[in-house]
Design a binder for this molecule. Structure first.
Ligand SMILES: [Zn+2]
Length: 450
């Protein structure tokens, strides 16, 4: 088992994960007010693959990605299309599941919805009111920011620079402009509300995540993740709420950089490839995943047609590698070059999940194996690609191969029995199926005809 280290935003240090306990990962998922875009797909892909890698190393991992299905933006968007907000949010949640299913990475272990966590949310707010960290005002409940000493430690902000970004109307209800809402009283025009000790209303966004994380992972867990745009105020407020309520909360904070688009170029391109479903239609799931792991997760990543074309080319290079090789019949003997590449690939992932460095090792293996016969290269490459969600690239034309492979075996038998007429006949049959037979010291193999 490798020591896996992740850079913690809070301490700005590389922190080793504890192999002895379950690695609980909570990643903030989308607010479902529209179809998700490629920027929302980045944390989904990064945290899904991190959990996959940890398991392959022998860690126990539990990945939780929530759905924020109560939010001002949802009320606004639902009103815009004349649909009840609950129906609209439900429809967008299903679209999010469908879009991310297409990435082929499976689902997180838990995907809690805010609307299904109301009891936990109300209980957590109750604890904060009771301990004096929160107060009711006009049916709203606010968190008393100055009551929590560590406020600002994640985002390194002074309190004076903290604009909670909340609507001006709530200002008069707050004791202090820095306070933020935990519960919002029901307002005219909102078509959903829930009961609470402070009257009907709905939770604020930040408390939803504190409660969902606790419901799925307990009061203390290993990694809290999300986009770097969530550091303030969202994650700063999550820390304040949960820690003020006596929960140790996250051991480390892991933030992915933003996807950056060239707005002018994007507006000129056809359709909206920034939407995940469109990008999947146009480029395929493997290219989308390859693109999203092409930069280190902490760095911003440029997005546009050029970057997607590069990802498509990379994916084709890998697919072609497997098209020319049959997996199976391998005796387990491995070239030293393969062993080295695999070790470095895994080391890169263990070192703050450095996917571009890992992929460079994979491509080095492909280049070498295209130059000479490298024992065990296809098998190792398939194993490596599985860790970054690209294992489907090794499954090229499998269905159609069965017949050709059976014929190849028959040809070998004919040759062994010195029935060369039959062997030639089979070679011609394979040619008609689109395969060229190449004989070498290791035996015959099939290569697609150019
Ligand atoms: Zn969140």
């Amino acid at each position: 088992m490798r020591e896996v280290r992740i850079r913690d935003t809070l301490s700005d240090e590389l922190r080793a994960l504890d192999p002895a306990s379950e690695v609980g990962i909570y990643a903030c998922g989308p607010t479902v007010y529209s179809r998700i875009h490629i920027g929302n797909a980045r944390p989904f892909v990064i945290f899904s693959l991190l959990a996959r890698f940890l398991r392959s190393e022998g860690y126990r991992a539990k990945l939780v990605v929530n759905v924020t299905d109560i939010n001002d933006k949802i009320y606004d968007a639902a009103r815009g299309v004349g649909e009840p907000s609950a129906e609209f949010a439900d429809r967008m949640t299903r679209a999010y599941f469908e879009d991310t299913d297409r990435l082929g990475l499976g689902r997180p272990d838990a995907e809690p919805l805010a609307t299904e966590t109301i009891d936990g949310i109300v209980a957590l707010i109750g604890d904060l009111v009771e301990s004096g960290h929160a107060y009711e005002s006009g049916g709203d409940v606010y968190f008393r920011v100055r009551s929590f000493d560590g406020y600002g430690k994640l985002s390194n902000r002074r309190t004076e620079d903290m604009d909670q970004g909340e609507e001006a109307g709530s200002a008069s209800l707050k004791e202090d402009p820095f306070d933020f809402a935990l519960w919002k009283a029901h307002k005219e025009g909102e078509d959903t509300s829930w009961d609470s000790p402070w009257g009907p209303g709905r939770p604020g966004w930040h408390i939803e995540c504190s409660a969902m994380a606790e419901a799925e992972l307990g009061p203390s867990f290993a990694i809290h993740g999300g986009g770097s745009d969530l550091v303030f105020p969202h994650h700063e407020n999550e820390i304040a709420q949960s820690e003020a309520a006596g929960r140790p909360f996250a051991h480390l904070w892991m933030h992915n950089g933003m996807i950056e688009t060239d707005a002018e170029k994007m507006s000129k391109s056809d359709g909206n490839i920034f939407q995940l479903s469109e990008a999947l239609d146009l480029f395929g799931p493997e290219a989308v995943v390859a693109y999203l792991i092409s930069g280190h997760y902490r760095q911003p990543l440029a997005f546009g047609e050029d970057q997607m074309k590069q990802a498509v080319a990379q994916v084709e290079r890998l697919r072609n590698f497997f098209r020319e090789r049959f997996l199976g019949g391998w005796d387990g003997n491995e070239d030293e070059f393969v062993t080295e590449r695999r070790e470095k690939f895994l080391d890169a992932l263990a070192d703050d999940f450095n996917t571009p460095r890992a992929m460079a090792e994979a491509f080095e293996l492909v280049a070498e194996a295209n130059r000479r016969d490298v024992l065990g290269a296809p098998e190792a490459l398939r194993e490596m690609l599985k860790l970054v969600g690209l294992e489907s690239l090794a499954e090229v034309e499998r269905g159609g191969d069965a017949e050709a492979e059976a014929l190849l075996v028959e040809r070998e038998e004919a040759r062994a029995a010195k029935d060369f007429a039959r062997a030639d006949e089979i070679r011609d049959m394979l040619a008609e199926l689109g395969w060229e037979v190449r004989d070498s010291a290791d035996g015959a193999r099939l290569v697609p005809k150019a």
